[in-house]
Design a protein around this ligand. Structure first.
Ligand code: GYE
Length: 320
């Protein structure tokens, strides 16, 4: 009885194996070439982690290349993915322009390209299958709207300094544009100075030091295109003997854990959310593209805004 049952179970298992094995062997593992910008910010580190872990989870073979914030390295990486005949190429373009030639090469090699996080500006949208990521214009507007509301009873001039992201990058261009679009409705808002801090803490601090050197007394607001630059700038503000978030109102973007910590210490007023957790939706799209299924041309990440008053309550829920 016992042994009969075992044989029956073994028999059934063998049958299942016989049926499923050829299918499993028939499905080739998907290879994805991913060119990351670098490791310039807390956001980027979380994004890399999300892509790597989602690939593992999805059983996708990931070829990962770090461009160290240089476009030429990204172009090289994409060319090498083409040479290796990967199934899909995904990348986060460091700047908006200058990728057309290499994208045409990928198209000629019939390798689909997915843009993640940042967009390229091209008239030929057949050069990529989809662009997934945040609406940077809207993020800039959210930052602007928060400031307009915060200053609604303020009659005098509001002098703003701006730390821009990487020159020519989609988030730097759009976050500037969206913010300006909102604040220009009231002439009391003035952007005193605006310069790039390349999305890094070190540069954010350095540029803020320069801003403070010439205009310390005039600056009412700092608008930083990401949290890392704001955190660098906070150090510069403290070293100049001023109180961040009090003497100078600080607005930034990303809402990474570092920003929540700064808000809980009362040093940052608000951070607009920009989610780096794009890995799972990227792997989903990769599978769909390989299976020949249609994917939407634009996949927008949903996100909110967090003022310092809610930071302590929200912090335990944050995933990056
Ligand atoms: O805001 C910044 C990072 O492209 C949205 O890049 C991303 C930006 C992010 O370095 O922290």
């Amino acid at each position: 009885m016992q042994s009969n049952r075992r044989t029956a179970i073994q028999g059934a298992a063998a049958l299942t194996l016989a049926v499923t094995m050829p299918l499993a062997f028939g499905q080739k593992k998907i290879t994805l070439g991913f060119s990351q910008i670098g490791a310039e910010s807390e956001w980027r580190t979380a994004n890399t982690e999300s892509v790597k872990s989602a690939a593992k989870e999805a059983g996708i073979d990931l070829k990962f290349a770090d461009a160290q914030q240089k476009q030429e390295n990204q172009i090289k990486a994409i060319r090498s993915f083409i040479a290796q005949k990967v199934d899909v190429i995904a990348f986060s373009p460091v700047v908006e322009t200058g990728f057309e030639t290499v994208l045409k090469e990928a198209k000629a090699a019939k390798i689909p390209v997915i843009l993640t996080d940042r967009a390229v500006s091209t008239k030929d949208d057949s050069l990529y299958v989809t662009f997934m990521g945040s609406d940077f214009l809207e993020e800039g507007r959210k930052a602007g709207r928060w400031l307009v509301e915060k200053m609604k009873d303020n009659k005098g001039e509001v002098n703003i300094v701006e730390l821009q992201g990487t020159v020519g990058s989609a988030p730097a261009i759009d976050r500037k544009k969206g913010f300006e679009e909102v604040i220009k409705a009231d002439p009391k808002f003035k952007i005193l100075r605006s310069q790039t801090g390349d999305f890094t803490r070190a540069k954010g601090k350095e540029v803020m030091q320069a801003f403070l050197k010439s205009d310390a007394k005039k600056i009412n607001v700092l608008y930083a295109h990401n949290d890392d630059m704001a955190i660098g700038a906070i150090q510069a503000i403290e070293e100049a003997g001023l109180k961040p978030a009090k003497d100078i109102i600080i607005i930034s973007i990303d809402a990474v854990k570092g920003a929540f910590e700064a808000m809980m210490q009362g040093k940052l007023n608000v951070s607009v959310e920009c989610s780096p957790l794009l890995g799972p939706q990227l792997m989903k799209a990769v599978k769909e593209v390989v299976a020949g299924k249609p994917v939407p041309k634009r996949i927008v990440t949903e996100e909110g805004i967090f003022p310092m008053e809610v930071a302590a309550k929200e912090f335990p829920k944050r995933k990056y």
